[in-house]
Design a binder for this molecule. Structure first.
Ligand code: HEM
Length: 473
């Protein structure tokens, strides 16, 4: 029997199903999927949006029919901020995307390149530890410390230095926060075109233009400075190259077979900041929250790290390979707290079948990785935080096991997995190696507020406050 269209909740005129999304769409859609099934068709304004909520649906989209689903829907926010969507995350599928994806994967985020930034990760992790040490026994805003470390790592890797030093009269930290906020903003004009004027009235269009202009001025100054430095040959041969160096080297196309325009170069730099920062430190904040709620798990992790780190002043990346429980803890956090719970929207390029349904071209799909991570068909006691489930299991986050897809999968899957995992594992190992953590007086683990707040990455509504006590063997 050929069912033509997936089940749909009743929609309202003009807005379609938008009123059913709520402030945390991954949760609302998860609830709806229990009633309407693993594949349902909603309308955001006039736009048909398919919601996939099961392992089989995710596999069908990101593996069986990956190519058909490899486009991204047009986003006016991405057009405004990323040089007409010339970055990789929002670029439409096609020759241009293939070219910049190969630049990203082969030149910026290859295993070898990620390895070459090891000293940056180790130095910034060590700076974070020093920062906590200076505040020991007082209440620390852990989110602030973790986000600062991640910002510094991404910034040094992308542009060769930390950016919160206040330069060129531009406050890049605030500018990036505004960019992230804008990218996560729901743009009514994309879904109900005749309501585009609302963006003008709300001042959204002006804001996007201003942020894009300031970002461009900053990136131009970074690139120009590098061009001048390279002419003077101040570059020392032993230094690891940052993204700007690599992109300038390959921009003439000798290595890649195609030239890289200036706007593409800037858009790729922006991708590293926008796609890489919040998503990465959010995992650490959720992990520490879960560990403080589960003292038994914290103790087990401390035992592993402290035993393997015995006699060492610092845990280095060489030590991580043996820390199986640590790896399981990070996976369990990604399962229950996928930072990008609905992945990044994709769009079908031609008519395609999904199960028995005929899905027309230009249908947007959202894959609920958050819901799939707590599907009782795949996970025992799915709501329980239990890293042990990964100890004797081959399930990984790399996009081959569709029950765990916090980084997506297939052609458009995240190219930053090795980078993000390294940063998270190294930071977590050093945190529990150096300190014992507790909650501020009067707060019990079980009382910790787990409310989420939506942004580009879904994080805790309130920052995690902790008290750290130095630990030594
Ligand atoms: C824990 C940290 C991270 C998470 C959870 C995450 C998650 C994701 C997700 C869900 C997607 C969409 C995948 C899809 O459509 O199938 C994505 C795409 C992407 N991510 Fe990540 N990411 C993280 C870290 C990073 C880092 C560190 C970088 C780079 C420095 C990065 C760069 C990108 C880019 C460029 C894309 C777009 C790929 C494309 O459209 O072809 N991500 N990421």
């Amino acid at each position: 029997k050929n069912k033509l269209s997936p089940p749909s909740p009743t929609k309202l005129p003009i807005i379609g199903n938008l009123h059913q999304l709520g402030s945390l769409p991954h949760r609302s859609l998860h609830k709806l999927s229990k009633k309407y099934g693993p594949v349902m068709l909603l309308h955001f304004g006039s736009k048909p949006v398919l919601i996939a909520s099961s392992v089989d649906a995710a596999r069908d989209i990101m593996k069986t029919h990956d190519l058909v689903w490899s486009n991204r829907p047009k986003s006016s926010m991405a057009d405004g901020l990323f040089y007409g969507s010339k970055d990789m995350a929002f670029s439409p599928y096609g020759e241009y995307w293939r070219q910049i994806r190969s630049v990203m994967v082969l030149h910026l985020l290859s295993n070898k390149r990620v390895q070459s930034y090891r000293y940056v990760r180790e130095e910034e992790t060590s700076n974070m530890i020093d920062k906590i040490r200076q505040q020991c026994d007082s209440v620390i805003d852990l989110r602030d410390v973790l986000s600062c470390m991640t910002n510094n790592i991404i910034s040094r890797v992308a542009i060769g230095r930390t950016y919160n030093e206040g330069e060129s009269g531009i406050d890049l930290k605030t500018l990036l926060e505004e960019t992230l906020m804008l990218v996560g903003t729901f743009n009514v004009g994309d879904y109900i075109p005749w309501l585009k004027w609302l963006n003008k009235i709300k001042g959204l269009d002006t804001k996007v233009k201003k942020v894009a202009k300031d970002l461009d001025a900053y990136l131009e100054s970074v690139i120009e400075e590098r061009v001048i430095r390279n002419k003077k040959a101040e570059y020392s041969a032993g230094e690891a190259k940052d993204f700007v160096d690599v992109l300038l080297e390959i921009q003439n196309g000798k290595e890649t077979g195609f030239p890289l325009q200036r706007d593409s170069l800037k858009a790729l730099l922006l991708d590293a900041f926008v796609a890489g920062t919040d998503s990465t430190y959010t995992v650490l904040e959720w992990t520490m929250t879960e560990l403080l709620r589960h003292p038994r798990i914290m103790k087990k992790l401390e035992d592993e790290v402290r035993e393997l780190g015995q006699g060492k002043t610092e845990i280095t990346e060489d030590d991580l390979g043996n820390m199986q429980y640590l790896k399981a803890v990070i996976k369990e956090s990604l399962r229950l707290h996928a930072p990008v719970p609905l992945l990044v929207a994709r769009e079908s390029m031609e008519e395609v079948k999904l199960f028995d349904y005929n899905i027309p071209a230009k249908t947007v799909v959202l894959i609920n990785a958050w819901g799939i991570g707590r599907d009782p068909l795949s996970w025992d006691n799915p709501e329980e935080y239990k890293p042990e489930r990964f100890l004797n299991s081959n399930i990984d986050v790399k996009g081959l096991n569709f029950e765990l897809i916090p980084f997506g999968a297939g052609r458009r899957g995240c190219p930053g997995i090795p980078f993000a995992i390294m940063v998270n594992e190294l930071a977590l190992a050093n945190l529990v190696h150096k300190f014992s953590f507790a909650l501020p007086k009067g707060i019990k683990g079980e009382d910790l507020d787990m409310t989420e707040c939506n942004g580009l990455a879904v994080r805790r509504k309130s920052p995690l406050l902790v008290v750290a006590t130095p630990w030594s063997s």
